[in-house]
Design a protein around this ligand. Structure first.
Ligand code: NAI
Length: 314
């Protein structure tokens, strides 16, 4: 089986429910030993909420969420352990890595999946809600990734997945905090793919769509039925395989998989004396995406400007 993870160890953050739980099961079924991280908590990152709190009702949450997933995996013959660390805590993430190493003796895969939502239009959003969402999604992924890196670099092998979102890639009303955090993870991926390539650590991003407590109040039931978390997990396994690509963004939902990219038009040289009027006059050509391309790194894009200027002089 090409995507056999026997003998490998995968940490999945926020795996007490939803997508993380599905990823944990998918890895375990393919032989991996799995660390199921989840601190529990409500959808907005607060304490486990009471029964009347709608989507924040604490379903699939609480410290027992991670333990429950571990029990499910072990009862099916897999190997897993629970970790209740908060991804925003450096101490917790270091403890999680230490716990992983003492239990399983190795660490190959990190799936940064933990997340919270605090939706509101930007002008009405408390800055503390903006910060909290950045902290969990962006800094949580940064902190967990930093914690696993020394081991992955030493062994010259690692697979890391960042969970981004269509809200970051394309925007979503009421999710400025979430969208900003999620696209920041693409920026992080873009640089880590360069810095970690020589250590054979591949870093990719997943933009999932799935019926979980995050989406249970924003889509009709017929749509939610199709969007099983399990239908997303094959993309994560693909990104964590031995032959994984690096720096890619995979989108996945209801059994469809696609690649997302940031593209830039070929552009047009207007010269150092260019005026906004010239840009307006030439906007159709400047914005023509017919010869658009994606760049492997920022410097490749800068090169286009230099070439454009040189060619104009020639
Ligand atoms: P979920 O709410 O079921 O799962 C998130 C899990 O993260 C929860 O179990 C929660 O307890 C845990 N968590 C929250 N803060 C944590 C922290 N500080 N430390 C450790 N664990 C923490 O939601 P879902 O949908 O499964 O989300 C998983 C990931 O997928 C998230 O990053 C989310 O933003 C992302 N995503 C989900 C989409 C969807 O359609 N469900 C769409 C796009 C992205």
């Amino acid at each position: 089986m090409p995507y056999d993870f026997t003998g490998q160890v995968a940490i999945i953050t926020g795996a007490g429910g939803g997508l993380g739980r599905a990823h944990a099961h998918a890895f375990a079924r393919r032989g991996a030993m799995v660390v199921v991280n989840d601190l529990g908590g409500a959808r907005d990152g607060g304490d486990k909420a009471g029964p009347d709190s709608g989507p924040d009702s604490g379903l699939d949450s609480g410290p027992s969420a991670a333990e429950k997933v571990v029990q499910e995996i072990t009862s099916q013959g897999g190997r897993a352990l629970a970790n209740f660390g908060n991804v925003t805590s450096q101490t917790d993430m270091q403890d999680m890595v230490d716990q992983t190493m003492s239990a399983f003796g190795r660490l190959d895969i990190l799936v940064n999946n933990a997340g919270i939502l605090r939706d509101k239009t930007f002008s009405k959003m408390a800055l503390s809600d903006f910060q909290a969402v950045l902290d969990v999604h962006l800094m949580g992924s940064v902190i967990a990734t930093r914690a696993v890196l020394p081991i992955m670099k030493d062994q010259e092998y690692g697979r890391i997945v960042m969970t981004t979102s269509s809200s970051g890639l394309y925007g979503n009303f009421g999710q400025s905090n979430y969208g900003a955090a999620k696209l920041a993870l693409v920026g992080l991926t873009n640089t880590l793919k360069l810095e970690l390539f020589r250590s054979n650590i591949r870093v990719n991003a997943l933009a999932p769509v799935a019926a979980t407590r995050m989406t249970d109040d924003i889509m009709p039931p017929q749509m939610l039925d199709l969007l099983t978390p399990e239908s997303v997990s094959p993309a994560v396994l693909y990104l964590c395989g031995k032959e994984a690509p690096t720096g890619e963004i995979i989108t996945a939902g209801a059994g469809t998989f696609a690649r997302a990219q940031i593209l830039e038009s070929a552009g047009m040289f207007l010269g150092p004396e260019a005026t906004p009027e010239m840009i307006a006059e030439n906007w159709d050509d400047i914005s023509d995406m017919g010869r658009a391309k994606s760049y492997k790194q920022g410097a490749d894009q800068s090169q286009k400007f230099i070439v454009g200027a040189f060619e104009s002089e020639a």
